[in-house]
Design a protein around this ligand. Structure first.
Ligand code: HEC
Length: 208
């Protein structure tokens, strides 16, 4: 009895050691690729991308899948950075929210209310994402590596511009904040020139 439990104990110990060795081996393999918090973040990012793809038509899913790893990674980072994600608002509706905050920033800067300008600017930087992310609302031919390669620069102009604006406004430096307002605006303009058609056109009026 004593011997049997001893054997069982030994073999259990052996299994435990073997398992510990295996898992630490796997762990160090994983760590060599990315640290654990980054791995968890990547997994969360992949889940968010899958959630966006789940509401896309098969035609768009095919286009999205064909994008380069760099663009996919950028879109994943965008999804991770914006935890406010709507399951029903369109891009145009989200843009209306951004415009409301943009106008709040402009007014607050003009009357030197730095706190209000900072709050509204941070809301722009942390804007909501529409149902399915941004891709469904672009003309389908713009869902390509070439067309989307300009996105990081536009995001930098708008979101980094908005955050810098907020920092300056909070310190009471309205002149610097107003300069960042210009940078941010150039991001709106560039993205619209590249991705946005004329809103609300009618098939019952002749094209210009
Ligand atoms: C990443 C690209 C991008 C950026 C940056 C961007 N927009 Fe837009 N915006 C779009 C697209 C695309 C549309 C068209 C959406 C549609 O019609 O479905 C749009 C539409 C709009 C609309 C709807 C009305 C209209 O005339 O089309 C408003 C308002 C708007 N944007 C405001 C802003 C403001 C303000 C900023 C800067 C703070 C901004 N946008 C930055 C891509 C962008």
């Amino acid at each position: 009895m004593k011997i049997r439990s001893l054997i069982r104990g030994t073999s259990m110990l052996g299994v435990a050691v073997a398992l510990a060795g295996l898992s630490s081996g796997l762990l160090s393999l994983a760590r060599a690729q990315a640290p654990a918090p980054e791995m968890a973040e990547m997994r969360r990012g992949m889940e968010l991308m899958q959630k966006q793809m789940a509401v896309m038509t098969p035609e768009l899913v095919e286009k999205a899948n064909a994008l380069s790893p760099q663009i996919k990674q950028f879109l994943m980072k965008v999804a991770l950075k914006h935890p406010r994600q709507s399951d029903h608002l369109t891009l145009r509706q989200v843009m209306q929210e951004i415009l409301a905050d943009y106008q709040a920033v402009a007014g607050a800067l003009a009357v030197e209310n730095g706190d209000l300008a900072a709050d509204a600017a941070r809301r722009i930087a942390d804007h909501r994402l529409p149902r399915g992310g941004m891709l469904p609302y672009l003309p389908i031919e713009k869902v390509s590596d070439q067309a989307l390669s300009v996105l990081p620069a536009m995001e930098e102009a708008v979101e980094a511009g908005a955050r810098r604006l907020a920092e300056a406004a909070e310190k009471g430096d309205m002149v610097t904040a107003a300069q960042h307002f210009g940078t941010m605006t150039s991001g709106c303009v560039a993205c619209h020139a590249h991705f946005r058609g004329q809103p609300g056109t009618s098939p019952r009026v002749r094209a210009r």
